[in-house]
Write a protein that binds this ligand. Structure first.
Ligand code: F6R
Length: 246
């Protein structure tokens, strides 16, 4: 019996609303909670909904803290394609969260190993992540944990797979501008979150969603490890759910 809670939404907008309901519950239960956040196209409807709910007085981000999954190596926080910039632009600048309470790995770190170790310590000092939001790559990556022969434990540097650079080139002028490396929370960091919420929308995600939650748990499909987490919700729109035996 599959433990993963799979919720089907009509479309990405409804997926955003359903995800916002889960965030709202976590934030209401704990106004000082730590949100683990993701970038990419998939969370955008959720972020729009969260902004709208705070404007409507339903949510309050002023006491919330956040930790992001990943960042490109070599990009400054004010680089328009950096994940710090993405978070400011799509969420933080529009809500009452204190910027000092938001952490993203430092893309410009001179000592990568020390920065990654420090990032883990910062998450620990926050008391751990209450809800970790995830998107999913076409190869099953979560954060920038790409398919490999083991599950990386902690925050670390990764070389990006060609498929991932190609998928992300839409945000850059050319493929040559897409960084070749990134920093990401490890699989262990993600699995330590008290609650995990993975969102997947679009037909192009249908196959990997099926493999991740109905196939074997293997580091060749990093998201498949989530089958072993005790509190995972997957929100899929109809297109991404099209191959699921639901
Ligand atoms: C982003 C991240 C990535 C994305 C994934 C899907 O912080 O960690 O794992 O979630 O690449 O990206 P989209 O949502 O653009 O399809």
């Amino acid at each position: 019996m599959l433990k993963v809670n799979i919720i089907k939404a009509k479309d990405p907008a409804e997926a955003g609303k359903l995800a916002a309901d889960i965030f709202q519950e976590v934030m209401t239960n704990n106004p000082n909670c730590v949100l683990g956040l993701a970038t990419g196209s998939t969370p955008l409807p959720l972020y729009r909904e969260l902004i709208a709910r705070e404007k409507a007085g339903v949510l309050n981000f002023s006491t919330v803290r956040s930790a992001n999954l990943d960042e490109y190596k070599g990009l400054a926080p004010d680089h328009p394609q950096s994940y710090r910039y993405f978070m400011q632009d799509n969420l933080f600048d529009h809500i009452s969260i204190d910027p000092a309470n938001t952490i993203v790995p430092d893309g410009l770190a001179t000592d990568a190993e020390a920065m990654c170790a420090e990032y883990e310590k910062k998450i620990e000092a926050m008391g751990g992540v209450d809800i970790q939001l995830l998107g999913i790559g076409h190869d099953g990556h979560i954060g920038f944990n790409e398919p490999c022969d083991h599950f990386p434990v902690a925050t670390h540097e990764v070389e990006l797979e060609e498929i991932t650079r190609q998928a992300n080139k839409r945000f850059f002028d050319s493929i040559d501008d897409v960084p070749t490396a990134a920093y990401t929370m490890g699989i262990g960091t993600v699995m330590a979150a008290r609650k995990v919420l993975l969102m997947a929308t679009g037909k192009d995600k249908a196959e990997i969603v099926y493999k991740s939650f109905f196939g074997p748990v293997t580091p060749q499909v990093p998201a498949s490890i989530l089958q072993f987490h005790s509190d995972v919700t997957v929100i899929v729109d109809e297109a991404a759910a099209s191959l699921l035996p639901l």
